[in-house]
Write a protein that binds this ligand. Sequence first.
Ligand SMILES: [Zn+2]
Length: 152
Amino acid sequence: MKVTKNLLEYRFNQYNRLYFDSRLYYCKMQVIHSTNTVGWYVSEGKKKDGLLCGTIYIARNVDWTEELLKEIIIHEMIHHYVAQIDGHPHCDGFSWYGLFGHGTHYRAQVKRLKREFGLNIRIHGGPFYLQGYQPPTTLWGKLMEYISCRLT
Ligand SMILES: [Zn+2]
């Protein structure tokens, strides 16, 4: 299936209503061509109505299925939740965004969604779903992939 900005915005609103009690605001959705990961979240640092704004980027060069797209969008929405609602845009518990962005607040949401809705949102995304993906063969390549998996 093909992802568009409209589709992503529609899904964001739908999942916000279903899984986040319509509490999430000011999150832009962008479709991009990605070389290293299928989706990621950026907290923009500016505020509207006292709420932090953010952007979710979703790769277009993925053979998306409904299930995978849903999981990745919700995965990124949890990042927005942690930044906007929990107030941890840059670090989450002991962990540091960019390298280890899935700390205590993040994991609490993963558990809640599992408990309340039976959703399985995996913590580590990655480049594996990108079209034409080739696993790295060098140690450096593997290390970079390991790090980029944690950027999503
Ligand atoms: Zn993530």
